[in-house]
Design a protein around this ligand. Structure first.
Ligand SMILES: CC(C)=CCC/C(C)=C/COP(=O)(O)OP(=O)(O)O
Ligand SMILES: C=C(C)CCOP(=O)(O)OP(=O)(O)O
Length: 297
């Protein structure tokens, strides 16, 4: 029987980041209610695709994936905070996330906002305290600066604002692409580029990985848009059809379902093309790219 290398990789490295997340929050000297709220969303069962991308990137360079565990935990904290806030009544007003009641439904709106704030700030401490043998001061500074850019006003937060402002408006494909690249793509791209930073890759390889990351970022959100129409509640962990209900601009709403699927296939293929130019052992990254195209687990 053939065991898929990606399955083996996931079963080894998912628990690694999950343990780091749990330890980082449990150790905090902070109100139990806040820690419980942070842990509730961190442990609600995400796919951990961003940590896996970082680990697989390190592996592509021949580095130990373990070297990325603090950065992977930081990325997952920022991603989780963004989902807690995205679900709030003032944003998407969702009741379910990862198949469970949303954070504000369980802990109340104020604690949910503060749990998100605490996860965001803890993420930067995680990167700041990476073992110096894994990343020296210059590498850490680069990791912190690029994380701040990917997650903040010039990245995810900016994309979220544009997404909200676009609700009910008919956007152009270029405007929608801006939203997808920033709201979703930047943090996914960071997961790959952080691996390249830790491996101290040269600029040419970083540029190629950046191209790869751009395409998987877009593909990921296009697939999310498609699943909102034709996925199941079990598959996406929340009711389907919320994009339509919130009058969101999506690839299917602009290009039709068929057009969105075509765009997804094109971005997956361009992502793989970019990978093939890096000269690295990209087996796992290719498999994760396929997973993003299918997104059925
Ligand atoms: C600063 C903040 C709050 C950023 C949120 C970023 C984000 C990617 C939200 C989920 O997007 P979505 O609403 O398209 O996805 P889902 O369908 O999972 O809610
Ligand atoms: C960025 C988007 C589209 C929100 C959901 O992200 P994921 O699909 O990675 O969510 P989890 O697996 O972490 O729950």
């Amino acid at each position: 029987m053939r065991i898929d290398p990606l399955d083996t990789f996931i079963s080894h490295y998912k628990p690694l980041v999950e343990n780091r997340l749990e330890n980082a929050v449990t150790q905090l000297e902070a109100p139990e209610s806040l820690k419980n709220s942070m842990l509730y969303s961190l442990q609600a069962g995400g796919k951990r695709i961003r940590p896996l991308l970082l680990f697989a990137t390190l592996k592509a360079f021949g580095y130990k994936p373990e070297m990325g565990v603090d950065t992977a935990a930081a990325i997952e904290m920022i991603h989780t905070y963004s989902l807690i806030h995205d679900d709030l009544p003032s944003m998407d007003d969702d009741d379910l996330r990862r198949g469970k009641p949303t954070n504000h439904k369980v802990y109340g709106e104020a604690t949910a906002i503060l749990a998100g704030d605490a996860l965001l700030t803890l993420a930067f401490k995680m990167v700041g305290s990476i073992d110096p043998e894994t990343a020296d001061a210059n590498v850490k500074l680069a990791l912190i600066n690029t994380l701040s850019k990917a997650a903040g006003a010039e990245g995810m937060v900016g994309g979220q604002v544009a997404d909200m402002e676009g609700e009910g408006e008919k956007l152009t494909l270029k405007e929608l692409e801006y939203i997808h690249i920033n709201k979703t793509g930047r943090l996914l791209a960071y997961s790959v580029l952080a691996g390249a930073e830790i491996a101290q890759a040269n600029q040419s390889v970083k540029d190629k990985l950046s191209q790869f990351a751009h395409h998987i970022g877009l593909a990921f959100q296009i697939r999310d848009d498609i699943l909102d129409l034709e996925g199941t509640e079990e598959q996406i962990g929340k009711p389907i059809g919320s994009d339509t209900e919130n009058e969101k601009n999506t690839y299917p709403s602009l290009l039709s379902l068929e057009g969105a699927k075509k765009a997804l296939t094109e971005h997956i293929s361009q992502a793989k093309q970019a990978l093939s130019t890096t000269g690295l052992d990209t087996t796992l990254l290719e498999q994760i790219t396929d997973l993003i195209g299918l997104r059925n687990s």
